[in-house]
Design a protein around this ligand. Structure first.
Ligand code: TTP
Ligand code: MG
Ligand code: MG
Length: 392
């Protein structure tokens, strides 16, 4: 077709000009393609355990409640929004929660019941799509680019899901809609509770630019601290660094920061896979030689692991301690008990036992990790590896 030919000729000339020009002047070449055609919904239940309890026990409705052990060493799993007004939060010691809110009502958690409710929520999701990736017991990503309801807009799907959860299960969900997982996740958090927020591709950068870096998915306390130390407290400042500079500072996380700060996240929504373990680890700023400091680290890890186990709903009966020496030699030691390991005190007791039998090199330990494996309840809803994100 003659009308096309000149275009090809021009193209070559333009390419030539472009190459000679770019040799002289650095230009910003997009390193990652930004896939903006997908419709991703992220759903997260509001005050999940507490809302289930308030639904099932009308006398608790409108009251400040905390799900968790009331005793001195217990922690709050979650608090109703009425209790949050007093500053009560997940993972807070129960004694502190009671100080903040003297009228707080403690309710014992019912894990198997929350799992059953989670399964009902998933049944609603499956009316719209099978491409569902659970993140924890109360949240999931859904790819609704093609959906069973034939709806055009992602926000219509999100509204329909919220409505079904409300009318059929008497619970409230927040949803975020966007073209990728990172933005859908941030969006679902934006107007909680009962939130519904859509981030369109043309609004993505202005949205990201107003976020604190802590809101970037996968940025935990350690990465956030490092970002602040480098003066990188917002997306525009992160964008000013090259990919190489970010990788030099943050390793694998650097590439994610590079992409997120440009509104890019091309990871697909991965339908459920069976989780085999839940774990966490800590790399020390300086190698640790003293047993007492290792015990402190185990205490922190046990607390973190207890939270991760609760959030994921995973139940396993083996605890593994990982010890990486100053020279990167890595050893693991495991112990199995007959029942699910869920409680931080039990985790710590077993971990101490494992540490007792381990060799601690004179030049110190670089990293400790704790993992629970060997599922004891195969009916658990499937769960995403919360430890999989790089960074912290
Ligand atoms: P989240 O979704 O983090 O919290 P939430 O649903 O209670 O409140 P919201 O989303 O409205 O902010 O966690 C889901 C459930 O996981 C929560 O209801 C209880 C449990 N959980 C813990 O057991 N320990 C924790 O530290 C956290 C954060 C949650
Ligand atoms: Mg929630
Ligand atoms: Mg959640």
């Amino acid at each position: 077709m003659p009308s096309i030919m000149p275009v090809f000729c021009y193209d070559e000339q333009i390419l030539h000009f472009f190459l000679s020009f770019s040799r002289r002047m650095p230009i910003e070449t997009p390193l990652f393609r930004n896939d903006t055609h997908r419709k991703i919904v992220h759903v997260d239940m509001d005050a999940f355990y507490a809302s289930v309890e308030q639904r099932d026990r009308p006398e608790l409705r409108g009251r400040p409640i905390a799900v968790g052990h009331a005793d001195g060493r217990g922690v709050v799993a979650t608090a109703s929004y009425e209790a949050r007004q007093f500053g009560v939060r997940s993972a807070m010691p129960s004694s502190r929660a009671r100080q903040l809110c003297p009228d707080l009502i403690f309710v014992e958690g019912r894990m198997s019941h929350y799992k059953a409710v989670s399964a009902e929520i998933h049944e609603i999701f499956r009316r719209f799509t099978d491409v569902i990736e659970p993140i924890s017991i109360d949240e999931a990503f859904l790819d609704v680019t093609e959906n069973k309801a034939g709806l055009t807009l992602g926000v219509e799907v999100a509204k329909a899901i919220k409505k079904a959860i409300r009318t059929e299960l008497n619970l409230v969900a927040s949803a975020g809609v966007s073209y990728n997982k990172f933005l859908a996740k941030v969006a679902s958090d934006w107007r909680k509770p009962d939130g519904l927020c859509t981030i369109h591709p043309d609004r993505a950068l202005s949205f990201i630019d107003q976020l604190p870096v802590e809101a970037f998915w996968g940025v935990g306390p350690a990465t956030a601290k490092r970002l602040h130390e480098l003066g990188l407290d917002s997306a525009p400042k992160i964008r000013a660094l090259s990919l190489n500079e970010l990788i030099a500072h943050f390793g694998e996380m650097g590439s994610i920061l590079y992409q997120f700060s440009r509104g890019i996240d091309n990871r697909s929504v991965r339908p459920e896979r069976i989780r085999k373990s839940v774990g966490c680890e800590e790399t020390f700023e300086e190698d640790i030689r003293h047993r007492a400091l290792l015990e402190d680290a185990l205490r922190r890890l046990a607390e973190e692991l207890e939270g991760r186990l609760a959030r994921s709903g995973f139940r396993g009966s083996t605890l593994t301690l990982k010890i990486r020496h100053y020279d990167f030699t890595t050893r693991t030691r495991s112990i199995s008990v007959g029942t699910a390991i869920t409680d931080r005190r039990e985790i710590l007791r077993l971990a101490d036992e494992l540490l007792d039998g381990a060799t601690i090199p004179e030049r110190g330990v670089r990293l400790l990790g704790l993992t629970v494996s060997t599922p004891v309840d195969e009916r658990q809803p499937l769960l995403f590896d919360l430890a999989a994100l790089p960074g912290d």
